[in-house]
Ligand binder design. Structure first.
Ligand SMILES: Cc1cc2nc3c(=O)[nH]c(=O)nc-3n(C[C@H](O)[C@H](O)[C@H](O)COP(=O)(O)OP(=O)(O)OC[C@H]3O[C@@H](n4cnc5c(N)ncnc54)[C@H](O)[C@@H]3O)c2cc1C
Length: 381
């Protein structure tokens, strides 16, 4: 087998693996899973390893970066197939040659397609295009016992059987190793423009976001950068043909009662905040002002203002339990993406949801010996 084996000081969530393998093909991935009795934790480029709890064990760290082939691109059908280790950048470059794109914009530099699926990573454009689950039309995975399973395919309409791609999305490698991905593509927009305006407080942020959401505008993204209390800057991004961008920008300026048109988005747009403790907040979209008001002093971050998702950097000593309790009435959750030291699964994910019984049964079905990314998911699964 062509994969490289050997002890390396790679650690995941502070846990040092006994061995690191870098398979170059799906068959080699299958061979690793068949020949290893212990725990296996798949990673791509390692840009989001803090997004799940640290593994309870890691005998083998399986790096997928060697699976780096773009297998197929059918520009006429707006679909493409690429192996899990292909970086989003490389994929976008290839698609752009044909005036197309994968409409996902998570900011982590060097992220692989497999890692983006495993972590369910998205960025500001989720408002217009949806997230991984909306764009992933098929996956090939290697299961815990080394068998290879394919779900979905290369057609956008997929009515046969279960759509397992949705299950693997956000499963952090706990249900199988994704080796190949099929995607629905979009044409690259011909023109872009942004309306940018300052926001005074949390209440104003909520009011402005709601005004855009209720309007006939079709922005690609509505992003807010904020400090605790809600003061910040709102960006409404339009991507379309030139005439539509101009007309929509004019309508937005009138609707929002101010702001300025800019050809480019501000530097902070699409970046995740950095700090000692970074959380991803999800909540009912109308609760944006309440969620901003619940953040502790010293917090800052960005919110996808019309979708109910925000990323916040909190002071290291912030009380996560208090924050979670304050946003629970708004269907809110706070999941840790980065922490100064390792957190156990309970502190990482927060309260276990009602769906935990179902998640446990799914985990038991796919990985009965609990060998894949053990302990990384909600409830220590
Ligand atoms: C066996 C198994 C275990 C999994 N374990 C986890 C896990 O531990 N954590 C995880 O995020 N995904 C887990 N997933 C993936 C899960 O199915 C979804 O990907 C994820 O919970 C939904 O987040 P989202 O970003 O896709 O959607 P979003 O649009 O962000 O959220 C969808 C809804 O879920 C709520 N929500 C999101 N995350 C949480 C949370 N941690 N606690 C309470 N409510 C929440 C949001 O408030 C929202 O109402 C698991 C999947 C499987 C199969």
């Amino acid at each position: 087998m062509a994969s490289v084996r050997g002890a390396r000081p790679d650690a995941i969530g502070g846990v040092v693996p006994a061995e690191v393998v870098e398979p170059a093909t799906a068959d080699e991935v299958a061979e690793v899973l068949r020949s290893t009795r212990g725990s296996v934790v798949p990673v791509g480029a390692g840009t989001k390893t803090g997004w799940a709890a640290p593994p309870s064990a890691c005998d083998v760290l399986l790096r997928t970066t060697g699976l780096d082939r773009i297998v197929e691109h059918e520009p006429g059908d707006l679909v493409a197939v690429a192996e899990a280790g292909v970086t989003l950048d490389a994929f976008q470059r290839r698609l752009a040659e044909h005036g197309q794109m994968l409409a996902l914009d998570p900011p982590e530099e060097g992220a692989t397609l497999g890692g983006i699926v495993g972590a369910n990573a998205s960025g500001p454009r989720r408002l217009r295009y949806g997230t991984v689950r909306d764009l992933l039309i098929g996956v090939t995975v290697v299961l815990a016992d080394g068998t290879t399973a394919r779900s979905g395919g290369k057609v956008v309409k997929n009515v046969a059987g279960y759509d397992l791609g949705k299950l693997y999305t956000g499963a952090h490698g706990g249900l199988g190793v994704v080796v190949s991905t099929s995607w629905r593509l979009h044409p690259l927009p011909k023109a872009a423009g942004a309306v940018v305006l300052p926001v005074g407080d949390a209440e104003a942020a909520g009011r402005l976001a709601a005004a855009v959401a209720r309007s006939t505008l079709t922005p690609t993204a509505v992003e807010l950068s904020f400090v605790a209390g809600g003061r910040g800057e709102l960006v409404v991004l339009f991507e379309s043909i030139e005439a539509s961008v101009r007309a929509q920008s004019a309508t937005a300026l009138a609707l929002l009662g101010g702001g300025e048109e800019r050809a480019e988005v501000p530097d902070w747009f699409g970046r995740r905040p950095e700090g000692p403790l970074v959380v991803r907040l999800a909540y009912a979209p109308a609760a944006l002002p309440d969620v901003l008001a619940a953040l502790p002093d010293g917090a800052s971050g960005t919110a996808s203002a019309c979708t109910g998702v925000a990323y916040a950097a909190l002071p290291g000593e912030a009380d996560l339990d208090a924050l979670r309790a304050a946003i629970t009435p708004y269907d809110g959750s706070a999941v840790v993406l980065a922490a100064r030291g390792p957190l156990d699964a309970a502190a990482h994910w927060g309260p276990v949801a009602d769906s935990f019984g179902l998640m446990t049964r799914v985990k038991d079905q796919f990985d009965p010996a609990r060998r894949l990314s053990p302990g990384r998911l909600l409830g220590g699964l």
